[in-house]
Write a protein that binds this ligand. Structure first.
Ligand code: ADP
Ligand code: ADP
Ligand code: ZN
Length: 213
């Protein structure tokens, strides 16, 4: 099963991808996570991506597309995958279609999260992420048992630099201008299924599983 999750920053893509990945035993491919790991390790890709990410704008397509094509060619994607945060513009969507075509694959469903702006800002500004295992928390909606400590692995939680208010605005604008056209792209192909992103994590998960069918 090949699934794409699309939605504004803070909509819950990462949270839901992890649950779907466990449920269907297929990998979550988060371009944001892969890029942040590269920035942390100061790889050539990370060094090129850092400035864009800090400003909340998209990293150049050629970098991200190559990264995804490479990831999709790995063995663990043979039975399916969940793309989280890719494609983010129409160029990327076309590149994805082309690379899947070449290996006789296709997207089965594109799940779109519908969440209003005020709620996105609330979610992003309270988000905390584990440095080690990547688990995601929210200081009010999904707090860890001990403040700033990961329930799952005990490591330290941190706030992403781009989850500060000024950068949040830039990211929301990029979503509206560059990623919303991708929603249209998949609607035209009959693949898009919108899901209400407001509600408990479990409720939204059920709605997604139903939408996938
Ligand atoms: P969120 O889903 O919370 O908005 P991500 O972790 O997906 O954040 O992305 C963080 C940053 O990484 C983006 O603001 C952008 O700079 C970069 N990024 C992630 N995915 C892509 C992509 N598909 N194309 C270009 N840049 C990307
Ligand atoms: P995205 O990957 O789309 O940027 P995340 O999954 O990281 O979004 O979620 C953003 C923030 O909102 C996190 O702090 C997360 O704990 C919280 N969150 C996720 N789903 C919900 C929900 N259904 N209700 C309230 N908060 C949520
Ligand atoms: Zn952890």
């Amino acid at each position: 099963m090949n699934i794409v999750l699309i939605g504004p920053p803070g909509a819950g893509k990462g949270t839901q991808s992890k649950l779907l990945s466990e449920r269907f035993s297929i990998p979550q491919i988060s371009t944001g996570d892969i890029l942040r790991a590269n920035v942390r390790e100061k790889t050539p890709m990370g060094l090129r991506a850092k400035d864009y990410m800090e400003r909340g704008i998209l990293v150049p397509d050629e970098l991200v597309v190559e990264m995804v094509v490479d990831r999709l060619s790995q063995d663990d994607c043979a039975r399916g995958f969940i793309l989280d945060g890719f494609p983010r513009n129409v160029k990327q969507a076309e590149a994805l279609e082309e690379t899947l075509d070449k290996s006789g694959k296709k997207i089965d469903a594109v799940i779109g999260f519908e969440v209003e702006r005020r709620e996105l800002v609330r979610r992003l500004s309270g988000r905390r992420v584990c440095r080690k295992c990547g688990a995601t928390y929210h200081i009010i909606f999904n707090p860890p048992i001990n403040i700033d400590v990961c329930d799952r692995c005990g490591d330290e939680l941190y706030q992403r630099d781009d989850d500060k208010e000024e950068t949040i605005e830039a990211r929301l604008k990029v979503y509206e201008e560059e990623t919303l056209p991708v929603v249209e792209y998949y609607k035209k192909r009959g693949l898009y299924k919108g899901v209400n992103g407001i509600g408990s994590v479990d409720e939204i998960n059920e709605a997604i599983v139903k939408a996938i069918g």
